[in-house]
Design a protein around this ligand. Structure first.
Ligand code: PEP
Length: 262
């Protein structure tokens, strides 16, 4: 399989922006990228708005053929039925969602999502043709007790159970202590864990899949540090939280090559 790891810059909006604000942000982002003559071969761009915004984002992206992908921030492990408040992968697929974030640390901690549930969600997303952006990462306590790689590696191994190697997946390494803290991991740590995650991908899904799977870093990414991460061989992009709500900052992250001389 040819190795094609186009850098991937993904914006996780979390529970921010209603559907009208979502339209405004996507329009501004598209304008900023067009003005900068952004080449999608330099970086694929995706946004992850709240569920209630997805239909509006879809309409805008389709109408103007914008080079911006979008996805959900979570997905149910079930297809349909008596699961109040849940969103099926089938519904996301119907809205043209190409990706879905699964296993974000805020879901693992605030909603007690287990590795088993995360695995079920990965399988459910792929069943509906949606690419999971699978988040793994260690807490500060894990880092202290076991080093950086042990927990993310164990989470990835568990999440990949039963996964078909032919179906795409994106892995996001997000140290929990770096999310929203303003204190990013070092590029060296991101690389060390990225390499360990790629080794798990090779072992479980095979070397070709490992070589072509994108591994993102997430945790306090900004335009001033993005290039240092993307210089690492096992970091293929970024999952961006807070900075994705600021169009100038997010588009500067997307244009990391031009802005920071990577
Ligand atoms: C995130 O929530 O996935 C994230 C990386 O947040 P932030 O960029 O704000 O640290």
């Amino acid at each position: 399989m040819a190795v094609n790891r186009t850098p991937f810059i993904a914006g996780n909006w979390k529970m921010n922006l209603d559907h009208l604000q979502a339209i405004a942000l996507v329009q501004k982002l598209a304008f900023a990228l067009a003005e900068a003559k952004h080449d999608p071969a330099d970086a694929e761009v995706a946004v992850f708005p709240p569920f209630t915004d997805l239909r509006s984002v879809q309409t805008l992206v389709d109408a103007d053929r914008l080079p911006i992908a979008y996805g959900g921030q979570d997905v149910s492990s079930h297809d349909s039925g008596a699961y109040t408040g849940e969103i099926s992968g089938a519904f996301l697929a119907k809205l043209g969602a190409r990706y879905v974030i699964i296993g974000h640390s805020e879901r693992r901690t605030l909603h007690a999502e287990s590795d088993e549930l995360v695995n079920a969600k990965v399988l459910a997303a792929q069943k509906h043709g949606i690419v999971p952006v699978l988040c793994v990462g260690e807490t500060a306590e894990d880092l202290e007790a076991h080093g950086a790689s042990a927990v993310p590696v164990a989470q990835l191994r568990r999440a990949l159970e039963g996964v078909d190697p032919a179906k795409e997946i994106v892995v996001a390494y997000e140290p929990v202590w770096a999310i929203g803290s303003g204190q990013a991991a070092t590029p060296e740590q991101a690389q060390q864990v990225g390499a360990a995650l790629r080794a798990v991908l090779a072992e479980v899904l095979g070397p070709d899949v490992a070589a072509s799977t994108r591994i993102l870093y997430g945790g306090s990414v900004k335009s001033s540090n993005i290039a240092s991460f993307l210089r690492e061989p096992d970091v293929d992009g970024a999952l961006v939280g807070g900075a994705s709500l600021d169009v100038d900052e997010f588009s500067a992250i997307v244009r990391f090559k031009k802005h920071v001389g990577a």
